[in-house]
Write a protein that binds this ligand. Sequence first.
Ligand code: C5P
Length: 422
Amino acid sequence: MAPETLPVPDSPLPLAGRHLVLGLSGGIACYKSAELLRLLVKAGATVQVVMTEAAERFIGPVTMQALSNRPVFTSQWDARQPNNMAHIDLTREADAIVVAPASADFIAQIAQGRAGDLLSLMCLARPAQRCPLLLAPAMNREMWAHPATRRNAAQAVADGAVLLGPGVGDQACGETGDGRMLEAEDLCNRIVAHFQPQVLAGRSVLITAGPTFEAIDPVRGITNHSSGKMGFALARAAAEAGARVTLVAGPVSLATPDGVTRIDVQSAEQMLAAVLPLAPGHQVFVATAAVADWRPATSAGQKIKKDGSGNAPSIAMVENPDILATVARLPAAQRPYCIGFAAESHELERHAREKRERKGVPMIVGNLGPATFGRDDNALLVIDEHGTREMPPHGGRADKLTLARALVAEIARRLPTLRGQA
Ligand code: C5P
């Protein structure tokens, strides 16, 4: 019998069907807004750009028109709107207003409820319940640190606005500190995250990811091809869904997802030592790490040298602790809901089923090792007490973040029955 299938979203574009107003107020960070607009469109959103007069000093509306494929609005007196009510018409169809850059002056206007130009007028006139206001502050560090700006930003947040950033680093003025606008990719990720269903709000998730590295000597070791991408995608998806996420990562060169607490380790023993004390404080444990099965019995203190005899050194190996099985054996009151991953080269379903039994975990996610290591897409088999289901359906593949979001939804569906256990 063919395995059942589990839904993943129809479109892999995370902003498909969303309509955004992208507002630009005056600041040098306007040059980043063109890239942000491109990313939002690439993510599937339709975007209406609105610029203040000051923003037009920094970047031309023609650029933004070409990238959004829509005329840009700059004035509340724009005669193109038949009823001359751009502030109403443009906000009623929007799923959010994103102001990037949001200058100190613009945030002050928002805090005071002023409506002196089209963009601030739209922020005031938007239906706040269904059209959130996301502000990406961008200004000199002294301006951001000024008590007036702090007060205004706090007031804007108290009135329901969401701050995206600001970031810290080099500023166009030559100074360094807090206040620069987040990079376009970071902003786009946060906007996408804002729209994810908060199915794990108030939950805590512990994740292992990546390979482990078992040292032979100070310069050599045993490791594998795991890229960590699936585990990092799950960490991101869980954080987007509102969970508190702790990610214990083996040696990988991936950026930490926004809002995720990361602990870097090298070996399986270090991974276990990091995970064990944390596990009872989390409600869900997802073991995506490709933990080395064995490690050298001893790690040489110095590099092992060739001795010229032509003989290779023999390296005695010992088995590593099984982190997932160890957590799954914790007393019920301390045990999170455990999900394991099985990377197999053949007979995936049979091996994954056996693994679920052997490790004593309620859910195993199977994938074919050669078809997932290092790749951005994957195909999963979700195996639990109800049976086996393909994700995505019909032998398809999906990118790892899309799969991670679908898995997070699956995990969230199981959590109400766990209330009080974690
Ligand atoms: O036994 P195997 O390595 O195939 O099992 C895979 C699953 O078990 C994955 O979820 C992996 O993260 C976890 N595992 C572990 N500790 C080990 C070996 C595997 O947590 N030593």
